[in-house]
Design a protein around this ligand. Structure first.
Ligand SMILES: [Zn+2]
Ligand SMILES: [Zn+2]
Length: 264
């Protein structure tokens, strides 16, 4: 696995790692393609989560040249999904030449579960179910993304984390999400940040990846969601076995927002 398609830099509010540092971290790990996907979260709960795109493209295009021959640097983005924001994101995608767009749900009933609040007054189980329901609403209304980011990362923030989580309990919503992705030619991200967080699964859980394959899903993108250089390509040595166990023979890279299948 030589391509990391989910990486943050200091263009994201929650990373202070310069793009050069992230690229050099990738080179050190033997990565051949790094797709930078900084956060662009319109109408987020606090200011600062929007990328200055002229600066973004200028900086990253300069780094593409600087590192040419050492590593391929691609310019992508992670859009924070909200059902009513599709048009705004469409405008941005028309205006800027992203190679790859991750759509991720970061807001649930007005809360970012990273911060306290979302789980107050509800059980983990209720919180997870509601999050999958909201994810379904988002994937139905949003069109401007190539892959759905970190599908079950909500379980990081429950009181009992993955102990209170199973695909089965949420299969009604999750299956609808997967079917929608498949019918609309969208990918599903395998986000190795789950391992980095301490889970024995990447996001999403293997049960979900298996189900996606069973339903006919083929587009799997791979990303570490690194915010620091040492986390680039985290756990990539385990990806092959993880995906093969779920029935996949290919993963997917993107250029100009089009998928290319690569043998695992
Ligand atoms: Zn995210
Ligand atoms: Zn991310």
């Amino acid at each position: 696995m030589k391509a990391d398609y989910h990486v943050h830099t200091s263009f994201s509010y929650d990373s202070d790692s310069a793009p050069e540092k992230m690229i050099e971290g990738a080179i050190q790990k033997g990565i051949e393609t790094i797709c930078i996907t900084d956060h662009h979260d319109l109408e987020y709960i606090e200011p600062g989560w929007e990328v200055d795109f002229s600066q973004y493209f200028e900086t990253l295009q300069r780094l593409q040249d600087k590192y040419r021959g050492q590593i391929q640097v691609l310019i992508g983005i992670e859009f924070g999904m909200q059902p009513h924001l599709n048009e705004e994101y469409e405008k941005l995608a028309r205006r800027y030449p992203f190679e790859f767009v991750i759509g991720s749900v970061h807001l649930f009933d007005g809360f970012d579960p990273y911060y306290p609040g979302y789980f107050e007054g509800r059980t983990d189980e209720d919180g997870y179910r509601r999050a999958f329901e909201i994810t379904l609403e988002n994937v139905k209304k949003m069109k401007e993304y190539d892959t759905l980011g970190h599908l079950d990362y909500i379980v990081r923030y429950g009181k009992h984390k993955d102990k209170t989580y199973s695909y089965k309990e949420n299969a009604d919503y999750i299956d609808e999400v997967l079917k929608h992705l498949i019918q609309n030619g969208k990918g599903l991200e395998m986000n190795t940040g789950g391992w980095n967080f301490g889970f024995d699964f990447a996001h999403p859980h293997q049960d979900i990846l298996k189900r996606y394959r069973e339903l006919g899903g083929e587009i799997i993108t791979i990303g570490s969601d690194a915010h620091k250089p040492e986390d680039v390509a985290y756990g990539f040595e385990r990806v092959k076995a993880y995906l093969e166990a779920c029935g996949f023979e290919y993963y997917t890279e993107f250029r100009q927002r089009k998928p290319y299948f690569c043998a695992i």
